[in-house]
Design a protein. Structure first.
Length: 270
């Protein structure tokens, strides 16, 4: 790569980092990873509870589906509090990313990992699936949408401990949740109300060591996206050959001279 192309790539990455806010899951995951103080602030405001004491929090946690060929998920934030309650916190810029059935799926994947062999179902702790969406995806203009199960016939709660919460990121009130959503949209730490969030944003966007980590993460993400696009294009070509030339998958991959590493991944998707 020519020197000018390298400089251009660096400038592109730097601009991407400059434009990031906590609505970008890469930055959000890094700011909250192992950051108990910021995670407690977030959950206490969203859930309107002062008794949440976080004991662990990790960013970008992947859950493998136990079913062969089943869909895996990568959680932006996974936290646990002192009572054993589990929290999955996701940020989504597009409505499709916060589909109501995704909430159901993520919640079930969390629940399936809480009990060990021999434990009673009554020992299953509460779980909270929290989506922070860039826009008001339900359109009612309220800051928070809380979803719990109810008995329809008697209008009484069905207390199974499963909770789903959607946060309207476009809400601009002067209350705590309004200030929190304001902070999520800030690109510079100086504009953030809550110091717990400002410290993390400043580290990963404005301080040399943290910014370098952030830039490396953006580059890695871009490489992953490019690889996914390459495999998707290759998969489309294979399917077209299979359809148009009445070939099997192996024959189609032979025509395209697909290497062994790619074959193994593509076979799972055919």
């Amino acid at each position: 790569m020519a020197a000018e192309e390298i400089r251009q790539d660096i400038r592109t990455v730097e601009q991407i980092v400059d434009d990031m806010s906590l609505f970008d899951d890469d930055l959000m995951s890094m700011v909250f990873d192992r950051n108990i103080e910021a995670t407690e602030l977030l959950l206490r405001i969203i859930l309107k509870r002062d008794d949440i004491n976080v004991i662990s929090v990790v960013g970008q946690r992947e859950f493998q589906n136990p079913v062969v060929g089943g869909r895996n998920i990568r959680l932006d934030i996974l936290a646990k509090d002192s009572t054993g309650r589990h929290y999955n916190i996701e940020v989504q810029n597009k409505p499709d990313g916060a589909h109501v059935r995704r909430a159901r799926f993520n919640s079930s994947m969390m629940d399936s990992r809480m009990l060990k062999e021999g434990q009673e179902f009554s020992e299953l702790r509460d779980s909270y699936m929290v989506f922070i969406t860039h826009t008001d995806i339900f359109g009612y203009g309220i800051p928070i949408y809380t979803v719990n199960r109810y008995f329809e016939e008697i209008d009484a709660p069905f207390n199974d401990g499963s909770h789903i919460v959607y946060v309207n990121g476009s809400y601009k009130g002067e209350d705590a949740i309004g200030k929190l959503m304001h902070d999520f949209g800030c690109k510079e730490s100086k504009d953030i109300y809550y110091s717990e969030l400002a410290k993390g944003v400043k580290h990963f966007k404005e301080e040399e060591g943290g910014r370098r980590i952030m830039c490396e993460a953006v580059e890695k993400y871009a490489e992953q996206k490019a690889e996914i696009a390459r495999l998707n294009n290759l998969l489309d070509s294979i399917k077209k050959i299979m359809t148009n030339m009445k070939m099997g998958a192996e024959q189609a991959m032979n025509v395209l001279e697909v290497n062994e590493s790619d074959r193994a991944m593509l076979q799972k998707r055919l």
